[in-house]
Structures are given as structure tokens and as C-alpha cells.
Write a protein that binds this ligand. Structure first.
Ligand code: GLA
Length: 407
């Protein structure tokens, strides 16, 4: 038997958040807002290298009900825990707020840092974005808070793509500085700027985007998401280590970002790296690691371009090879996969998926598989059976379609 992670309807989600607020704070909220989690089709670990990626917004969203207050006090409640948390907005600084409230308080703090007149508020949070599954539940929370606060405090930012780009930067600051996770900007960008029916081609060099029509149903295809339920405790440290390696490689090569290398320059760049870090440099172990990291980033950016060209040509059923190649590169060169992700990808492919790869940061979380629409159940069952045979915890599934942004 397979487990499916359902998305709530927008009305249902709003109602849940409002009801939670009313029940625990004893008053109706001023309003309710929500923002989606995401999957990334391709372009992994490219965002913080000035690269390209291609995420889309999920129907699974985080809902918040909020009322502003005339002080700096933030009171937070969540459907997932008992009790009320409290944060003094005036005292928020890096390292001062623990756990999930840091994503909420971080957004208010970053808005204030940018000069926006934000005060305290009461907030109730509920979500159908599975937590810890690599589908960006944290970005969904940040972005829901961002659109709520910008609306309540009349900041006039959510009405334009330019304003939403500004909000993206606010949410990234919240995550990097207050929540302490040094992630890139992909998750927040798609949660705030994704469009229904489209994948978001995001150019992280200048934050420009292109909405790429992504119609799987019209091609009798579906995107199956496999939540492996694997959580890796060192994920944060490993992510930061990868990012540092990329920065080191860029510095050694004398480029601003690894994006600048390009597929044409890859051979020379790898030879340079080997020379610069070789026997006279840091030693060959370092060379080998940096070569692998750069090779992944540069080829992955190339795969995003290839994927997008196929979509533009209406050849959706041909993107599988790029997905497969992306997974191998993430597994062998970037070294961010894990046993459960490899198992999910291999099992989905053996069951007939056109392509499959891990999605998101890695070390656990989710994989995606492009499958024929009438084979979704069969592939999911085959993956669940492979997990059972391997004696690992049962995965959960959802079928992803591109839906609208934070609102
Ligand atoms: C996480 C980060 C993103 C991105 C991906 C990997 O989701 O939050 O910024 O780096 O990993 O592509």
C-alpha cells in the first residue's frame, strides 16, 4: 500500500489557519495568506553559483492567519505544537531565535532592516507541505509571512514582479541570517514568483525569470514526487561545505561565480584547478574534490539549458536523459545523494520512469520521476516495494503540478 501526501484546497487551508487562530488567540485574524513549497525539475546546487535552475510551485502550501499588534511583540502558534511562542521583534538578531519561529521573526526583521515599517503581530501557522522532505517547507513559511506582512503593513510589494523579487531577497536574508541556513535563493524565488502551469527558469546571476509553459497532462505525463522520509542530521553542515568548496574553486580560478566558466571553458578550468591545487598547491585530494564540484555545477547549468530547450520545442517526453544525468552528477561529483534517494531513483527508472533524479539540497528528502500518466500508481508501488525489500522506512508520494505563488 502506498501513502499519498494530499494538498489542501486554498479555501480549506485558509479556513484551517483562521480557525486555529480564533481557537488559540480567542479572536478572528485580520486575514489569511499562504505560499507554496516547490520541486526543482533540474539545476541543483546552481543557485548560489550564479547559475540557472528550473523549479515550480507545488499545490502544497503553508497557511498563516495574522493580526498586527501595536507593539514589537510577535506571538506564534502552530497546528503542529502546543503552546504559544513569543519573540520580541526589537531584540531579533542573528543567533537569537531558535527553531521554526526564526523563519517568521526573520522575515519581519529583514523587512525592518530594509526600512519597512513593520511592527509585531499574532500569527497562526498550518501547513500541508511535508516537513523535512526537501520540498521547501521553510521557504513556504517565510514567503507566506512575507506576503502577509507586506499586505498588513501596506508595503505595496506583492503586486509586481519587481516587488516580489525584493520580497525574495528579504526571505533569503531571514533564512541566511536569522534561521542560520546559508541557502541560495531558488526556493523563495519560486514560492513568490512561480506561476500555475509553468516552470520558473531562474537566472541567479541577475534574478531574472522566464515562465516556461510546463504542461504534463497534455502529454499524458505526470511528475511523481517520492518523499524518501530520510533525514540526514549533517545536511546543514554538508550544504555549507559544498558552498564553501564552490567559492574556493571560483576564487582559485579568478571568476566571480562558477557560472562564468561555461561548458566551453570547463576543460581548461578543470585542468587549471588540478594544477593550482596539485602537488605545489593544497594537494591532490583537494584538487579532486574541487574538480568534481565544478564539473557538476557547470554541466548542471548546461542541463538546465538543454531541458528548457526541449520544453520550448514541446518535447517534454525527451527530458528524461537530462534528469538521469543530473542525478548521476549529484551522486558522483557533488556527492549529495544518499542510499534512499538512489534507491528511489533506480526503482522508479526500473519501473519505467522516463527519467528520475533527487530534487532539492539532497542528503535525504525527495526524488522526482517523470512517468506516463497511467503508470503513476504502478511506479509508486514499485518504489514502495523496493524500499520494503531494502528494509528502509516506507516512502510517501505526491503528484506535482505547477500552481500559483504566495498570495
Ligand atoms: C536547497 C536550497 C536551495 C538550493 C537547493 C539545491 O533547497 O535551499 O537554495 O541550493 O538546496 O539546488
Amino acid at each position: 500500500m502506498t501513502t499519498w501526501i494530499d494538498a489542501w484546497s486554498r479555501t480549506d487551508g485558509d479556513t484551517r489557519a483562521r480557525a486555529l487562530f480564533a481557537e488559540r488567540f480567542g479572536a478572528e485574524p485580520a486575514g489569511a495568506w499562504s505560499a507554496p513549497g516547490r520541486v526543482n525539475l533540474i539545476g541543483e546546487h546552481t543557485d548560489y553559483n550564479g547559475g540557472l535552475c528550473l523549479p515550480f510551485a507545488l499545490p502544497h502550501r503553508t497557511y498563516v492567519a495574522v493580526t498586527p499588534v501595536d507593539s514589537d511583540r510577535i506571538r506564534l502558534i502552530s497546528a503542529q505544537e502546543e503552546g504559544v511562542r513569543e519573540v520580541d521583534l526589537a531584540a531579533v538578531a542573528p543567533g537569537t531565535v531558535e527553531g521554526w519561529p526564526s523563519y517568521v521573526a526573520g522575515v519581519a526583521w529583514a523587512l525592518r532592516q530594509a526600512g519597512h515599517p513593520v511592527r509585531g503581530f499574532d500569527i497562526a501557522v498550518d501547513s500541508c507541505v511535508p516537513y523535512g522532505s526537501g520540498l521547501s517547507s521553510s521557504a513556504a513559511l517565510e514567503c507566506a509571512v512575507a506576503v502577509a506582512l507586506e499586505d498588513l503593513f501596506g508595503l505595496g510589494l506583492a503586486g509586481t514582479d519587481e516587488g516580489r523579487t525584493t520580497l525574495t531577497g528579504i526571505c533569503v536574508r531571514a533564512e541566511n541570517e536569522i534561521a542560520g541556513a546559508n541557502t541560495g535563493g531558488m526556493d523563495q524565488a519560486v514560492s513568490l514568483r512561480g506561476q500555475a502551469g509553468h516552470a520558473l527558469e531562474l537566472d541567479c546571476l541577475d534574478d531574472s525569470v522566464r515562465q516556461v509553459p510546463f504542461d504534463l497532462t497534455g502529454h499524458d505525463l505526470a511528475l511523481l514526487v517520492i518523499d524518501t522520509k530520510a533525514e540526514h542530521s549533517h545536511a546543514g553542515g554538508e550544504y555549507a561545505a559544498r558552498r564553501a568548496e564552490c567559492e574556493r574553486a571560483a576564487e582559485l580560478l579568478g571568476v566571480g561565480t562558477l557560472r562564468e566558466i561555461g561548458l566551453d571553458g570547463l576543460g581548461d578550468a578543470l585542468a587549471d584547478l588540478a594544477r593550482l591545487t596539485g602537488p605545489e598547491g593544497d594537494g591532490s585530494a583537494v584538487a579532486e574534490v574541487l574538480v568534481r564540484r565544478v564539473r557538476h555545477v557547470v554541466t548542471e547549468i548546461g542541463r538546465v539549458q538543454e531541458f528548457v530547450e526541449l520544453l520550448d520545442d514541446g518535447r517534454v517526453d525527451e527530458v528524461g536523459a537530462a534528469m538521469d544525468a543530473s542525478h548521476l552528477s549529484l551522486r558522483d561529483d557533488y556527492q549529495v545523494s544518499c542510499r534512499e534517494l538512489d534507491l528511489a531513483v533506480d526503482a522508479a527508472r526500473s519501473a519505467g520512469a522516463l527519467g528520475a533524479r533527487m530534487t532539492g539540497g539532497g542528503f535525504g528528502g525527495s526524488a522526482i520521476a517523470l512517468v506516463r500518466a497511467d503508470e503513476v500508481e504502478r511506479v509508486a508501488e514499485a518504489v514502495a516495494a523496493a524500499f520494503d525489500d531494502a528494509g528502509v522506512r516506507a516512502p510517501a508520494f505526491l503528484v506535482a503540478t505547477p500552481e500559483g505563488p504566495a498570495a
